[in-house]
Write a protein that binds this ligand. Structure first.
Ligand code: HSE
Length: 432
């Protein structure tokens, strides 16, 4: 039996700093759970970190030298909290190849290299754990690996990016436009100075890739995920959504259908009486549907040092327990190569179209002909705003279920009509 489990930590940002605090502050509890003490044995930082008080407080435990870090004796688990693809990928591979279990909060590297990292971990009989990578402190990956494993998961509907949820909530409640809401989010420290990863849905796609891979037991690469960001939304869309009984959320959706899966991240209309519509601000939530459990919901804080450290330390504890018991790796994450990702063109849902048209006779007939020619059935139409000075009007058309392929053809047809000045937005309707 081991007398001590040694932890090597890579990175010393706010999350890693909090992990250090928890490992120290809760050492007794963790030792009881694991069976022996769990101790930090080395911390790898970059030169710039050396000036930070938290690096100074760690004294000799800190090194900038990669070889010194990996050659530290008694290091059983490597916690990677650097973020990004490189050099994190090389560090994770080196840690696994040298027989260390790894824990990471890095969604990008796991999403982009799931199969490769899992194969390497299997070969070395160590665990790859990344609970903190998706939904911060919300227990999400572990339930899909263990508690829900007997379920055939039909679908996952997730709000897994707090920054965009904060922006959409401000646009909805305060009626502000996207740029203003983004500035507010930046001022409050939710959105980064370069907000592209969040607002274009890239961060959510990495997280969906990991969630879908665990839920459907298949590798889902980030580039397989259809993705649209939130910057095209404006106050008109929020007004119409509320009038029709919906909230607008950036949803990450994964659904299983006859052996293929659909994976997409885009703004969506969500019934305002549903739980997801009420998840506001920086909060995250995931709704999963299983054949045995029916619907289950997870929600909480998807970011921040305290919640994220909760997930990291939980993974450290699970890995430490495996090492203490000498059982290799008990983590279950198996990939089934048979399932295919459904092309976006084949996805079927309902749609909201908002467009600016000429305000004269016969226009609605022309517009509805385009829908009819593409076999898309209209469920309702609203025309409220007319501008007498320009002779234009704004209309909203809601459709019944339609295939994406048909909707894209209709979009081209509408754009080619001389009476359609602009198709301002097209939003999918997902939760009803
Ligand atoms: N940028 C992410 C978010 C937090 O806004 O949810 C880290 O995953």
């Amino acid at each position: 039996m081991k007398e001590r489990i040694g932890i090597g930590l890579m990175g010393l940002g706010v999350v890693a700093g909090q992990v250090v605090e928890v490992l120290k502050g809760k050492a007794d509890v963790l030792a009881r759970q694991v069976g022996c003490p769990v101790e930090l044995v080395k911390v790898k930082v970059v030169e710039a970190d050396l000036k930070r008080p938290r690096a100074k407080a760690l004294g000799d435990l800190v090194t900038v030298d990669e070889d010194e870090f990996f050659e530290t004796p008694g290091m059983d688990i490597v916690v990677e909290a650097i973020g990004g693809e490189k050099p994190a990928l090389d560090y994770l591979k080196r840690a696994i190849s040298s027989g260390r279990h790894v824990v990471t909060s890095n969604k990008e590297v796991v999403a982009k290299h799931t199969a490769e990292l899992l194969a390497l971990a299997k070969k070395n009989d160590v665990g790859l754990r990344c609970e903190a990578a998706v939904g911060g402190g919300i227990p999400l990956l572990s339930p899909f690996q263990y508690d829900l494993v007997a379920n055939d998961i039909g679908g996952i509907y997730a709000i897994i990016n707090g920054t965009t949820n904060y922006i959409l909530t401000s646009m909805d409640i305060e009626g502000v436009e996207f740029e203003e809401a983004l500035k507010q989010a930046q001022a409050l420290g939710y959105a980064e100075a370069d907000p592209e990863n969040d607002i274009e849905g890239i961060d959510a796609a990495y997280k969906l890739s990991i969630l879908a891979s665990l839920a459907f037991k298949v590798e889902v690469k980030p580039q397989d995920i259809y993705r649209e960001g939130i910057s095209r939304l404006d106050s008109h869309d929020f007004r119409y959504a509320r009038e029709l009984g919906y909230a607008i959320k950036l949803l990450a959706i994964a659904r299983q259908d006859n052996g293929s899966i659909e994976v997409r991240v885009h703004p969506a209309f969500v019934d305002e009486s549903s739980f997801l519509a009420k998840v506001d601000g920086v909060y995250n939530a995931v709704l999963a549907e299983g054949d045995l459990v029916d619907k289950v919901m997870f929600s909480g804080q998807g970011a921040g040092p305290l919640p994220t450290s909760s997930a990291v330390v939980a993974d450290v504890t699970a890995a430490a327990r495996d090492i203490y018991l000498g059982v290799g790796n008990r983590g279950i994450w198996v990939l089934n190569p048979d399932k295919k990702v459904k092309p976006m063109e084949e996805v079927e849902t309902r749609y909201y179209f908002r467009m600016n048209i000429a305000d004269k006779s016969g226009v609605l007939a022309k517009v509805s002909t385009v829908f009819g020619q593409n076999d898309i059935s209209i469920s309702s139409a609203i025309q409220q705003e007319t501008d007498d000075s320009t002779g234009t009007a704004e209309i909203v058309i809601m459709t019944h279920l339609a295939k994406e392929k048909a909707v894209r053809r209709a979009l081209e047809g509408l754009k080619s009509l001389d009476v359609v000045n602009e198709v301002n937005n097209l939003i999918r309707v997902e939760i009803e």
